[in-house]
Design a protein around this ligand. Sequence first.
Ligand SMILES: [Zn+2]
Length: 173
Amino acid sequence: MLRLASITKRYQGKTALDRVDLHVRSGDCYGFVGHNGAGKTTALRIALGLVRPGGGTVLVDGFDAARHPREARARQGGLRFGEMERDCLIGHGAAMVIKDKLLDESDGTIQYVCGNPRCGHIAMIDRRGMLRCPVCGENGNIHPIQTSYAFKLLLDELMSLGVVMRLQLEDMK
Ligand SMILES: [Zn+2]
């Protein structure tokens, strides 16, 4: 049993999920349908415990995913795709499938990148709501770049490990 109760998630002031309720009983099958940015992936990631909701609760077999994350995770049955599974796919010539799934078919998202050729860091929104490079302080040379959502997640993941991610923009060289 999976229950989402009044799940809310906001990204940079935009509401991705607004009080979403969902009750999936054992044996039920649900799918999310919607355009890019509708919040499908966000809802799924919250249900799998990969993203923390801004508000509301996730119950997996009665376990509150925020208070008992291990118990909830052990029961959710979400598919975790590890190195061995990846190696099997590559071994069977399925690298193209992965590229297709993770890149070509992934939702698009816009990243704001500092256009300073010696910089190239991801811009942040400062307190006044202005885009600004957190490293060189540039605010007039920020460029929107279309990337796949999977690539954005990769960037976030590496940046959360303290790895500096710099994107060199071809037009700015
Ligand atoms: Zn910069």
